[in-house]
Design a protein around this ligand. Structure first.
Ligand SMILES: *Cc1c(COP(=O)(O)O)cnc(C)c1O
Length: 435
């Protein structure tokens, strides 16, 4: 079997198989890995497959062809997709539904990608002599999902760096409740300091000599590709039940989740429109409108996991749609301010009995702003990216009710916390990793 290849989004002659692309994270020229070709899949290829692990196998098999991990795909899928992504109708006719991606261990969609990547790394490192250290800089959700996914994996340790005092109390608990092979480092600095330290660590000879370092950030192909699975499953379910394509409204920041939806559509799945729902960080909506790409510093909003002013996956989006006109035809984008997010959380509860996190509410508001004619056509799916209990400080005062905490999150909240405070310097990071 010939090996399926991925190429850099910059120099297309730099290619790697699936496992190599995962271990490298970034391509050698700093680009992001994208598939060299688009296998075409039809609904018939998924006959009998409905649950996520069943859909994952035919969907991902072409990408793992000829790769050392190919033979383990069924196991990888079972391990990563061990919780469901229910499609819940929001209206009586079911033309509007919510895809709930928040039933994993840390109650956000990042659990899917992080768990798939961890399952892959565990196998790739199976017989390595020195331990692998995964470094993650996080301003919130990513660190928790990665820590949960790698916790208690033999041969792998994780260091999570977060800016001390700059994450919400709920988020901080998720970053510091692990212990064992997960170190939580509260950096006296900003998120940018955390990112800088991780970058410096990767090129530090002293740390390199101590053992292999890798990253698990959202640009890793091993996190992006498995996210296509829930779009495939939801669109197939819609197609089978109604013979219509599903259109998706995706809460977006770095565009990883939205890109997975577009990749699923490119692979032939029955997906209609894709709408990118952004908060006040308007870089992408402005680009679609003006044609000028103007990345900028992020601004803080209620939907904080989408506070991105220079989305890294834009580079992948451009390889998919090199011309602006093509991109405009393929997606649309809406920007929603904090006051509209608040009002949508209130109305979601009042009108539909739904309790939404600020990110999910951004998608609900973006959908409302589509032309009525577009909304009334076809089947629409709002993507629910996090459980509202993760943002209860924001949500509870708006709906005037306590938010019930789901069991996996309650278990996390009950664990003892531990963390080490460090200065924002490479010396301090070296010392923390050595200890
Ligand atoms: C990360 C995150 C997003 C944004 O996803 P991207 O892939 O960065 O676009 C949206 N909502 C929540 C809850 C998140 O954690």
């Amino acid at each position: 079997m010939s090996e399926f290849l991925f190429r850099s989004s910059r120099d297309g002659t730099l290619t790697a198989g699936f496992s190599a692309a995962l271990l490298q994270g970034l391509a050698p020229d700093g680009g992001l890995y994208v598939p060299c070709a688009w296998p075409q899949l039809a609904a018939a290829d998924f006959a009998g497959a409905a649950a996520l692990p069943e859909v994952a196998v035919p969907l991902l098999a072409p990408f793992l062809a000829g790769d050392p991990l190919g033979a383990a795909l069924t196991e990888l899928a079972r391990e990563a997709f061990s919780f469901p992504a229910p499609l819940v109708p929001l209206t009586r006719d079911g033309r509007l539904a919510l895809l709930e991606l928040f039933h994993g261990p840390t109650a956000a969609f990042k659990d899917f990608g992080a768990r798939f990547l961890a399952a892959c790394f565990a196998r790739l490192r199976g017989n390595a002599s020195s331990p692998l250290t995964i470094l993650v800089a996080t301003s919130g959700d990513t660190g928790g999902a990665v820590a949960a996914a790698f916790h208690e994996r033999p041969g792998i340790s994780v260091a999570v760096l977060f800016p001390k005092g700059l994450v919400s109390p709920t988020q901080e608990r998720q970053l510091t409740c692990w212990g064992g092979n997960v170190r939580s480092l509260a950096v006296r600095g900003t998120f940018d300091d955390c990112q800088r330290l991780v970058k410096q660590a990767f090129v530090d000879p002293q740390l390199k000599a101590g053992g292999a370092l890798s990253s698990a950030n959202s640009i890793n192909l091993g996190r992006l590709l498995p996210q296509t699975v829930y779009y495939a499953a939801a669109s197939l379910a819609t197609w089978r039940a109604h013979g219509e394509r599903a259109s998706f409204v995706v809460p977006s920041g770095n565009l990883g989740n939205a890109l997975a939806c577009l990749w699923a559509r490119r692979l032939g799945l029955p997906i209609g429109a894709v709408v990118l729902a952004h908060n006040a960080n308007r870089t992408v909506p402005d680009y679609l409108e003006s044609g000028q790409w103007r990345p900028r510093p992020s601004v803080a909003t209620l939907a904080s996991a989408m506070d991105v002013g220079d989305p890294s996956n834009m580079e992948r989006l451009r390889t998919l749609f090199p011309e602006l006109e093509g991109l405009r035809a393929a997606v649309s984008a809406v920007s929603v301010g904090d006051e509209a997010i608040r009002e949508r959380i209130r109305r979601g509860y009042r009108e539909l009995g739904q309790v939404w996190c600020p990110h999910t509410a951004t998608a609900a508001e973006a959908w409302q702003r589509l032309p009525a004619e577009q909304r009334s056509r076809g089947r629409w799916v709002l993507v629910g990216t996090a459980h509202p209990a993760k943002f209860r400080e924001i949500v509870e005062p708006l709906i005037g009710q306590p938010v019930a905490v789901p069991a996996p999150l309650a278990q996390l909240f009950a664990r003892p916390v531990s963390c080490v405070e460090i200065d924002a310097s490479l010396d301090a990071l070296r010392a923390a990793l050595a200890g």
